[in-house]
Design a protein around this ligand. Sequence first.
Ligand code: MG
Length: 310
Amino acid sequence: MIGLPMTVPAPGLPARVRIHEVGARDGLQNEKSAVPTEVKAEFVRRLAGAGLTTIEATSFVHPKWVPQLADAEQLFPLLADVDAALPVLVPNERGLDRALALGATRIAVFGSATETFASRNLNRTVAESLAMFEPVVARAREGGAHVRGYLSMCFGDPWEGAVPVHQVVSVAKALLDLGCDELSLGDTIGVATPGHVQALLSALNEAGVTTDRIGVHFHDTYGQALSNTLAALQHGVTTVDASAGGLGGCPYAKSATGNLATEDLVWMLDGLGIETGVDLAALTATSVWMAEQLGRPSPSRTVRALSHKE
Ligand code: MG
């Protein structure tokens, strides 16, 4: 059994990539059944133990909308001893208040590049959602918190189809103008292809957004997540979102299946000699354990290959 890829570096790639692990939030929020709080805490601890340094822990969204993460108040204090940055999603000022009260120092807001998704997911227009985020971002920054701005539907929208690059750039700029420290460009339905990724990144650069403020969030719905990641790395991106074991999709876009699995990403980055600090064997063991908790196998091909018993 081969446990690691052979390392063969390729030119024009970063030396190091920071993985923004989203399994505990983006992954678990899409599970049908609620995972016990202590299992979530153990999941985050194991992810940190495997070397992940940024682990999005939960969401302070109203429990009515995401009942799977209704235990954010109970979970977050259990993570006080975890040696990793633990960003949390906050949808609005109420969510921010709840997160700050528990000592969160990194928050994320979740915007949309398209009107239809903004309407369906946020019940607002894009402009109204930006207005809602404005005090959230301002108050978070006043409190010294780091703010990530998720931008969903950057490459395609299930209701609107193709999303024009200039439209994405416009909303991305608006999120940064509010004060977001970094952006995460989401391919929420997984339709992006590498040239499209590079075209969007170039357009953002031309609009004055530097690549060091951009992360990418790909879904593997059409099998493109790693190709798109490589294209982003070639452009200079060094922050990549991924979900341990490939947990999760998007509850508001039924066609979206499969976050990029962290193990699949680490296999590629290890092979390229790009540092992540992640121990692939420990991460895989974590996802195998989590799959047992969830009662179904991990969709990650690397997890399946590495955990296959002869
Ligand atoms: Mg996702």
